[in-house]
Design a protein. Structure first.
Length: 491
């Protein structure tokens, strides 16, 4: 039995690492192609062109009083010619709406719209009396959660494209220019969605909603997540975009074709993984309509978000991600090895099923069985030490590869000591894998019990000098706190 189990674990390890290696190679090829192609792009021409499509930026906000004014200021200063900002106040119980109304001189206006997709009642639409803020529209609505707020924004906006973002994220000023480019380049395939790289803002210096200095997180847990996000976005999503198997556009920032989203039914309020579920549903809709389409990915860092800095908050986030994954896979199980959905059905969905959902459960069973073998003095120590060395070496190599990708491409961490911190963290990260496995198992148990909602979460906020702690009690499906979307994979 021990020999069979050992061989099974070894084979599974080879398969998992082989898939990571293949994705890494595809990512390297795609990234090189992207950088070469875009080295000649003049983004200023998109700003000046009258043909640039109008874009609506939809930002849900719930109890964001401490940062909302700076966040709106950042959104209004984005480098693009033709856009509007739709801020959705999702029934905040603090003074978020009052601060917006006072600062931007809002007045209620008559605004015609249709509830093309369901959402909670919109109590009012507001515009600024100050002509400097004509781009800003504020929606005040009953509380319904992030997905419901995005649906409200989609009903209100008139643009053919919309950007969904988290109100407390920090957006790069040229992010819209880069996100809209794939839509302008579409030929025989309709682009229905585009995502980009999400970076971690912990320990960075923030001033009035803009990043002044980029630093590697001072705390260990956020540094681990820098490696995880870098692997996921630069090594994982870049490859899946090329393989036409991309199943997730991060909820922190993504751009979508409005009409396709509406026809697909909008964001689902029945899952905590609304970002992944929407992409799957849009892709199902297009495939079942026999329409040619694509979901693209931009490897540029476009958005910065805060990640959990303590185990308790991280556990809540990761169990929520797992619940969202389980709900999305279950809702769209029809796609599993279904040729009708082409590469997504035959490659993308099965990968997420086996490697993102099932793999942690197998790993947990392996930990338990290994512990039993140790207790009963039945463990083949030479074999398991060799296996551990192999797994550890490959994990460190993968993280080092991701850091190298970052350094030779976008080079956001300018100081050598920051890069050295990341590399040293890569040698410690494999010892944290059992904790990730525990989070995944717990998330599956919560999904099995039918747990809903976001739970409670804390954010330390961006203003480190004032040491402000943003603490919000979260009701079921009612807030954006702790809402970073899953980086999709540790690859």
């Amino acid at each position: 039995m021990e020999i069979i189990f050992g061989n099974l674990i070894f084979i599974l390890t080879l398969v998992i690492f082989g898939s990571y290696l293949i994705l890494g190679i595809f990512s390297a090829i795609a990234l090189r192609k992207y950088l070469r192609k875009n080295s000649y792009v003049n983004y200023n021409s998109l700003v000046l062109s009258p043909l640039s499509p109008k874009i609506s930026i939809i930002a849900p906000a719930y109890n964001e009083s401490k940062t909302i004014i700076d966040n709106i200021r950042t959104l209004l200063s984005l480098y693009y010619n033709n856009f509007e900002v739709i801020l959705v106040n999702d029934g905040s119980t603090d003074d978020t709406f009052e601060k917006i109304r006072t600062t931007y001189e809002l007045e209620r206006v008559n605004y015609y719209f249709d509830y093309r997709i369901p959402c909670e009642r919109i109590k009012g639409v507001y515009k600024s009396k100050n002509p400097s803020y004509t781009r800003l529209t504020v929606i005040d609505k009953n509380n319904g959660g992030k997905a419901d707020s995005l649906n409200a924004g989609i009903n209100i906006c008139k643009s053919s494209l919309f950007v969904s973002i988290d109100a407390d994220s920090i957006i790069e000023t040229d992010s819209i220019l880069k996100l809209v480019k794939p839509f302008l380049e579409e030929k025989d395939r309709k682009v229905i969605g585009t995502g980009g790289v999400i970076r971690i803002v912990n320990s960075c210096e923030i001033e009035r909603g803009h990043i002044r200095t980029i630093n590697v997180p001072a705390k260990f847990l956020p540094r681990l997540q820098v490696l995880e996000y870098t692997r996921a976005f630069l090594l994982g999503r870049m490859a899946w975009s090329q393989l036409d198997g991309l199943m997730l556009i991060s909820g922190a920032m993504g751009i979508f074709d409005r009409e396709t989203v509406i026809k697909a039914g909008g964001y689902s309020i029945k899952t905590v993984g609304e970002d992944m579920e929407l992409v799957l549903r849009m892709r199902r809709y297009m495939a079942e309509q026999n329409r040619k389409y694509e979901v693209t990915y931009i490897p540029d860092p476009l958005c910065w978000t805060e990640v959990p800095a303590d185990l308790k908050s991280m556990r809540k986030q990761r169990t929520r991600w797992t619940r969202g994954l389980v709900e999305s896979l279950k809702s769209h199980r029809k796609m599993f090895f279904n040729r009708r959905y082409k590469r997504l059905g035959m490659l993308g969905y099965p990968y997420w099923f086996f490697f993102e959902w099932l793999s942690p459960l197998i790993a947990f069973a392996g930990f338990v069985y290994t512990l039993i073998l140790v207790i009963t003095h039945s463990l083949n120590w030479p074999f398991y030490l060799l296996l551990f060395l192999f797994v550890y070496s490959f994990a460190v190599l993968l993280s080092t590869w991701a850091v190298l990708f970052e350094e030779i491409t976008f080079h956001k961490y300018r100081r050598k000591r920051d890069v050295l911190k990341l590399l040293s963290t890569a040698f410690l990260e494999p010892f944290f894998y059992p904790v990730h496995t525990y989070f995944a198992v717990r998330g599956n148990l919560e999904a099995l019990r039918g747990k809903k909602g976001w739970g409670k979460a804390e954010r330390s906020g961006f203003d480190k000098k004032k040491k402000v702690v943003h603490k919000t009690t979260v009701r079921s499906q009612s807030t954006n706190v702790g809402k970073e979307s899953s980086p999709a994979s540790t690859t």
